[in-house]
Design a protein around this ligand. Structure first.
Ligand code: NAP
Length: 479
């Protein structure tokens, strides 16, 4: 199959192509155009030309198109889930969840078309009215990763569109097919020509041109810390949103419900083969419960099945590509050399990697600090509750976190003390819902997506003063 780019309402090819492969067996699934700077320029021009008509369309009308997108995604959910599982490698129930997240955000943002609230307030002067209204940022560049290949583009497209922006969208080169299918649904649902422009191709040309293009007003990027730092240095004065990596802790207190904690840790650490920005990659466990927890985790992890994401019997799918499998193996070697003890796991065949657990991990070890983005869990023991918060905060990231405890005061101390954008109590580090803000602190970036904060990312507040006194009134000047 050969995919296409979508620019100014036309499906177009480029002079050369790149391949997207199934990570389970490395077979080619599709070929996509290797776009260049020239295609980004064409896309920006098309987006600029369409901006006025799209941004003056009443937001509830834009909302109707978003509703149609949600409906068409729902109709196509099973097919899209299978494509997603085949191209990205997450197991089918999670792939369907990825599509469901896209449905949810389009539905939620469709409703925003009837809100897009600003606020009204008082004036210090007579006969004067003060309010704020929301305006679109303009042309926005969306750059997305491969690990949520439909949900993350949808998390950006839905708020960008409802706010009245036009879009240049570059997907990850590992999952262009999922993005292409999403764009086809947008087109089918009535998004007008030029409003969404889809450019596939490498970061070195397409990605960099989007970041530096003078005709782009805003950028929303989800991906690695390193790329995020490059974007922060090179985007100039654009409005920039960055959603970067994580090294998310689960704290297990002595009083925790052990079975519940085990289930949550396995889901957090090995769901999506550990390739979630919110994956639980560290467990900080109190001394009294450590032995029992590690034994239970090792037994359960050892019994997880690796295999095709489309099979019902599979618990853990492949890593996204060879490079990811090699990087994960490299970290396992680093962990061993650092003196951590491997409890279970290791490299499987091809891109597969078995759920891997290290114990006797110290907070200063690299496996406890750096994002591995594979199914590798570090277990760190602590004695006093305040030590757990200190260890949780000892990394440069701050995305998600969790605590398992029956003590209300331990739970609230974690909520207060952990430096992260998200804290779960008695649940894993993953499972965001689209009507709540999502994002981090520290080197995860400080953007909030989804919920009302998704609207903030893709709009600006204009302050409006209406003076109906019929004379020049001067604020702050003594009369
Ligand atoms: P990545 O290597 O940073 O790539 C992400 C996207 O950026 C891809 O589309 C990539 O294009 C493009 N890109 C790379 N360098 C670029 C540059 N200099 N200028 C413009 N675009 C550039 O990240 P990834 O490996 O795809 O994704 C994994 C990372 O994403 C992890 O660190 C994970 O934690 C993070 N993530 C964060 C969140 C969150 O919400 N905080 C959610 C999901 C994932 P190519 O594919 O063509 O190279």
């Amino acid at each position: 199959m050969k995919g296409k780019m979508y620019i100014g309402g036309k499906w177009i090819a480029a002079d050369s192509w790149f391949e997207t492969r199934n990570p389970s067996d490395n077979k080619i699934i599709a070929r996509f155009p290797a776009g260049t700077e020239k295609h980004v320029d064409m896309a920006v021009n098309a987006a600029r030309r369409s901006f006025r008509s799209w941004s003056v369309m009443p937001p509830p009308k834009r909302g109707l198109i978003l509703q149609k997108i949600a409906g068409n995604l729902r109709k196509d959910k099973q097919r899209l889930g299978k494509i997603l599982a085949s191209e990205m490698g997450k197991v089918l129930p999670e792939a369907l969840g990825d599509v469901q997240e896209a449905i949810d955000i389009f539905e939620y943002m469709a409703g925003e078309g009837r809100r897009l609230f600003g606020h009204t307030t008082t004036s210090e002067l007579k006969d004067k009215f003060c309010m704020t209204v929301r305006r679109p940022v303009g042309v926005v560049g969306l750059i997305t990763p491969w690990n949520f290949p439909i949900a993350i583009p949808a998390w950006k497209l839905a708020p960008a569109l409802i706010c009245g922006n036009t879009v240049v969208f570059k997907p990850s080169s590992d999952t262009p097919l999922c993005a292409y299918e999403l764009v086809r649904i947008l087109v089918k649902s009535g998004v007008p020509s030029g409003v969404v422009n889809f450019v596939t191709g490498p970061a070195s040309s397409v990605g960099k041109r989007i970041v530096t293009h003078p005709g782009i007003d805003g950028l929303s990027f989800t991906g690695s810390k390193e790329t995020g730092e490059w974007i922060a240095r090179n985007a100039g004065l654009k409005k920039v949103g960055l959603e970067l990596g994580g090294k998310n802790p689960i704290i297990v207190m002595d009083d925790a419900d052990l079975e519940l904690a085990v289930e949550g840790i396995l889901w957090g650490a090995f769901g999506t083969t550990g390739q979630r920005c919110t994956a639980a990659s560290r467990v900080l466990v109190q001394s009294g419960i450590r032995k029992r927890l590690v034994a239970r985790l090792a037994k359960a992890a050892n019994s997880m099945n690796l295999g095709s994401p489309l099979l019902k019997t599979t618990d853990v799918g492949p890593l996204i590509n060879k490079k990811a499998a090699e990087k994960t193996a490299m970290y396992v070697d680093i962990g061993k050399k650092e003196g951590a003890k491997i409890v279970c796991g290791g490299k499987g065949s091809g891109n597969f990697f078995r759920p891997t657990i290290f114990e006797n991990v110290r907070p200063e070890m690299r496996i406890a600090r750096e994002e591995i983005f594979g199914p590798v869990l570090s277990i760190i023991e602590f004695k006093k509750p305040e030590d757990a918060i200190g260890i949780a905060n000892s990394v440069e990231y701050g995305l998600s976190s969790s605590i398992y405890t029956k003590s209300i005061s331990s739970a609230f101390r974690a909520i207060e003390g952990i430096e992260a954008g998200i804290t779960y109590v008695n649940s894993s580090t993953i499972g965001s819902e689209v009507h709540l803000p999502f994002g981090g602190v520290k080197k995860t970036g400080h953007t909030r997506e989804a919920g009302i904060t998704g609207i903030e990312e893709f709009s600006y507040l204009k302050t409006v003063y209406v003076d109906y006194s019929g004379k020049l009134q001067k604020a702050q000047i003594d009369e």
